[in-house]
Structure formats: structure tokens, C-alpha cells
Write a protein that binds this ligand. Structure first.
Ligand code: UT7
Length: 323
């Protein structure tokens, strides 16, 4: 029997502390006006001291499981997308696994930075399609506040902390409605390794390091690669942009998001935008946006949802899901 991956539930979690642009402008040479105009960001969440990526992931996962009517013990695969793990090893996913009461199957991290959620979704989808697992949890969770150089106005104003999660279950491909992940499309180009990176790590410096980015170049390549990967995803499924109900883009910059919406000819109300309140939460940004649009009733069963993201590597990808 041909199997596919159906979304069974989603959930998200944001740390309590809100840091506004105005607060940052009080300690940096920046302004609310610059940040809003250049990025669309108004505020971001920052994890409390001692609150770890795994803590955010567990909260999001518990909500997703509850929305799916499931328990941790129902899962046999857990994939956490993160570039800010609790420790260098073991995988943050294993800590989340234990706290969710999941006692079987595999738990591991996937690292594709801001594209991490698409990469993790693809890994889980492949496992369900192959019958390696029947129920999977995919989490995007980040505490980027811990790897920001808070004196660098060019980067520290852009990011926030948070987590989001999707529960997937294997269903027969022939089930009526065709409600499952249609396809995932992943790409990387390591020649751009050093335009968006962290200047530390266990093998190179023993220090955690700070995020460094050539913003303008990343912006240029984001438009180029995201445009081509969404075309690839639509063509692979014999669909056109007019078939899309919701574009759920990675929330890095409202100008990139608007550009993608325009390219696809989508009206603004078909694009899910959370950057104003969340900023860029890396691997968590897509599931956080999904949760917002499911919670307020925009995304409904049967809708066609297109997700796309690009991050350090560079790595980028897109997923098409019949919700
Ligand atoms: O999620 C992973 C993928 N990441 C992305 O997709 C991010 C892509 N890049 C971007 O979103 C944008 O390039 C940024 C938001 C990072 C920067 O916007 P920009 O329009 O490309 O600005 P810029 O870097 O070209 O800087 C323009 C000016 C500079 O000043 P001068 O040299 O023109 O005098 C910067 O020093 O803005 C200055 N600037 C700031 N001014 C006030 C940079 N950061 C700030 C700031 N506040 N926070």
C-alpha cells in the first residue's frame, strides 16, 4: 500500500518576554522606524535565563499532540529542526523525546538553520512514506537570542526565540481528499557557507560563537532561490500559483515575503505573515506561522499550503501540503 503523510495537529510556543524595537533602540544605534521599514519586525520574544530550546520544543510539541488527540507514547519518530541545540550533543530531540514520554522509535536533530523545518518535514515524510514510522512529530525550535552579538545592530534586531510543531500520521495515498504532504524540495549550495554563519563551534573554536551575516547578499540570493524552488514545487505537482490557498513563508524579511507573494500573483491576504510579532525565529518560523493561521481559522482541511524557506548553508526548500 502506498503511504503518505497527513497533518494530524499543530502547536506552537513563544517565550513570555517581549523585546520591542523601542527597547533595542534604547541600547543600540537603531530605531523602530528603520527596523519596521527594512524588515517588517516590530517585536520579538526572548527566552528566559535557563529556558532552553528543549523547553520551547516540549511546550510546542505538547500543544501539537493535544490538537492531534495523541500522546507522546503514540509517536515513533521525532525530528527537531534546530541550529541552537541545548548541548553540542546529544540531539535536543532525545531530551524532548524523554519529556514527552515517547519510549520507542528514533529521535534526532536536523540542522539546516532557517530552512530546517522544511528539511525536517521532508525527512519525516520520507520515513512515513517508506513505512519506517507511522506517527511522527516534527518540531522547529530555536533560542537564537543565545547566539546573537547584541552589539551588532545589523543582526541582533532581526531574530527571536520560539518553537512550533506538526504531528504527522501515515495514511493510504488512496484515501479520499488527498490530504497529505504532496512533495518536498530541498537544495543547498555550500559555496555560500560564509555569508550567513556562526563564528564558533566545537571543532573550530570550542566557543559557541555569534551569528554573522552579509544581509544584502543573503537577501539577493533568497529572492532568487526561493522563486525557483516554489516554481519547482508547483511544477512537480502539475499545479499553478492560482491553486495555492496559503503561502506560509519563512519569516526573515517582509520585503522578501512580499516579493514572493507578488511573484506568485497572490493577494496579500493569502500570505501568512507573523514577522511583526515573532521576528525571524529560524526553524521555528514556519510552524509558528502555521499555528497562527490554523488557530484563527484561515487554514482549513483541504486547503493547499505552500511553505518555503532559506537559511545558512545556504540551504533552502519548499513543501506543498494538502491540509
Ligand atoms: O533567515 C535567514 C535568511 N536571512 C535573510 O533572508 C535576511 C536577508 N537580509 C535582509 O533581510 C536585509 O539585508 C537586512 C534586514 C539584514 C538589512 O537590510 P538592508 O536593506 O539590506 O540594509 P543594509 O545591510 O544594506 O544596510 C543599510 C544601512 C547601512 O548603513 P549605511 O552603510 O548605508 O550608512 C547599515 O549600517 O542600514 C544600516 N543598518 C541599520 N541602521 C539602523 C543596518 N542595521 C541597522 C539597524 N538600524 N538595525
Amino acid at each position: 500500500m502506498t503511504l503518505r503523510s497527513q497533518v494530524a495537529g499543530c502547536g506552537a510556543y513563544l517565550p513570555e518576554r517581549i523585546v520591542t524595537n523601542h527597547e533595542l533602540a534604547g541600547r543600540l544605534d537603531t530605531s523602530d522606524e528603520w527596523i519596521r521599514q527594512r524588515t517588517g519586525i516590530g517585536e520579538r520574544r526572548v527566552a528566559a535565563p535557563g529556558e532552553l530550546t528543549s523547553d520551547l520544543a516540549v511546550r510546542a510539541a505538547e500543544r501539537a499532540l493535544s490538537n492531534a488527540g495523541m500522546k507522546g507514547s503514540d509517536l515513533d519518530l521525532l525530528v527537531v529542526a534546530t541550529a541552537t541545540p541545548d548541548n553540542t550533543f546529544p540531539a535536543t530531540a532525545t531530551k524532548v523525546q524523554a519529556r514527552l514520554g515517547m519510549r520507542r522509535g528514533a529521535a534526532f536533530d536536523v540542522q539546516a538553520v532557517c530552512a530546517g523545518f522544511i528539511f525536517a518535514l521532508s525527512v519525516a515524510d520520507n520515513a512515513l512514506r517508506l513505512g519506517q514510522a507511522r506517527t511522527a512529530l516534527v518540531v522547529g525550535a530555536e533560542t537564537f537570542s543565545r547566539i546573537l552579538d547584541w552589539a551588532d545592530r545589523g543582526t541582533c534586531v532581526l531574530f527571536g526565540d520560539g518553537a512550533g510543531a506538526l504531528v504527522l500520521r501515515a495514511v493510504p495515498a488512496a484515501a479520499p481528499g488527498g490530504r497529505f504532504i504532496l512533495s518536498n524540495h530541498l537544495h543547498s549550495d555550500g559555496r555560500q557557507y560564509d555569508i550567513l554563519y556562526v563564528d564558533g563551534g566545537p571543532s573550530s573554536t570550542r566557543c559557541t560563537g555569534f551569528l554573522r551575516m552579509e544581509g544584502r547578499e543573503v537577501f539577493r540570493l533568497a529572492i532568487q532561490h526561493l522563486s525557483s524552488v516554489v516554481d519547482e514545487a508547483l511544477a512537480a505537482n502539475d499545479l499553478t500559483a492560482s491553486d495555492i490557498d496559503w503561502l506560509v513563508p519563512h519569516q526573515a524579511n517582509s520585503r522578501i515575503i512580499d516579493g514572493m507573494g507578488r511573484k506568485l500573483g497572490l493577494s496579500k491576504d493569502k500570505v501568512v505573515v507573523t514577522i511583526e510579532r515573532h521576528a525571524n525565529t529560524s526553524a521555528a518560523s514556519i510552524p509558528l506561522a502555521i499555528q497562527a493561521a490554523v488557530e484563527d481559522g484561515r487554514i482549513q482541511p483541504g486547503h493547499l499550503v505552500l511553505m518555503e524557506a532559506l537559511g545558512g548553508g545556504l540551504s533552502w526548500g519548499a513543501s506543498l501540503v494538502r491540509w
